[in-house]
Design a binder for this molecule. Structure first.
Ligand SMILES: [Fe+2]
Length: 206
């Protein structure tokens, strides 16, 4: 079983939606059309030098992203927060790309909006190599290079979910409530970029 398959159910239990396959046209657009003239660092938490905002994107990207908000798990969240007096459509407010280098990291943060997502474009390391840098003992799950969500367990105690993001995550997506704390720990064993695209989804109300 892959890491993706193994952790899917666990993520769903905490309100995080795994999306198996991002369409090729969406992936291709995101990989090839970011503009290094639009740095997004001032708006992001990342200790990451290369973060760029997309100013425009084709309609099929909105369509694919917004389609996920119709999933029952996401609808449940909308119902829970109960912030609108009547149903309003969602829209994709912002979209950006992170090109994370060795030793860079994304400290714990939340996003604005209702939902956020992470599309994995490139994961340049192997977890087995990463885990040799700081080997873990006594059953603790390794944190090196991981995407980590901070959630509350059934007793209300804060706990972390270290997501074992590896090469198999390329072309996949996680969508989650925008207010959920998350972070990305540094990686050590590749000189290439870890590349992800994220964005925020808001209600459209005029
Ligand atoms: Fe984030």
């Amino acid at each position: 079983m892959t890491n993706w398959e193994e952790q899917k159910e666990h993520l769903i239990n905490f309100g995080i939606l795994p999306v198996d396959n991002v369409p090729k046209n969406v992936l291709d657009y995101l990989k090839n059309n970011y503009d290094t003239n639009n740095p997004h660092n001032a708006h992001l938490a990342g200790q990451i030098k290369k973060e760029y905002e997309f100013k425009t994107w084709p309609r099929y990207i909105d369509d694919f992203i917004l389609k996920q908000t119709l999933e029952p798990l996401m609808q449940k969240h909308t119902k829970n927060i109960n912030v609108m007096s009547s149903d309003k459509p969602y829209y994709l407010k912002s979209l950006w790309i992170n090109l994370q280098k060795k030793y860079e990291f994304n400290p714990m943060h939340t996003h604005s909006g209702v939902f956020s997502f992470i599309i994995f474009l490139q994961i340049p390391y192997k977890l087995e190599d990463e885990d040799k840098v700081f080997p873990k003992s006594s059953g603790e799950s390794p944190a090196t290079s991981r995407l980590t969500f901070i959630v509350n367990d059934f007793m209300g105690t804060a706990k972390d979910i270290n997501v074992n993001v590896d090469k198999d995550y390329e072309g996949r997506m996680l969508m989650f409530p925008a207010g959920m704390n998350h972070l990305v720990y540094p990686f050590y064993t590749s000189d290439d970029y870890r590349i992800t695209v994220s964005g925020n989804i808001l209600f459209w109300a005029e």
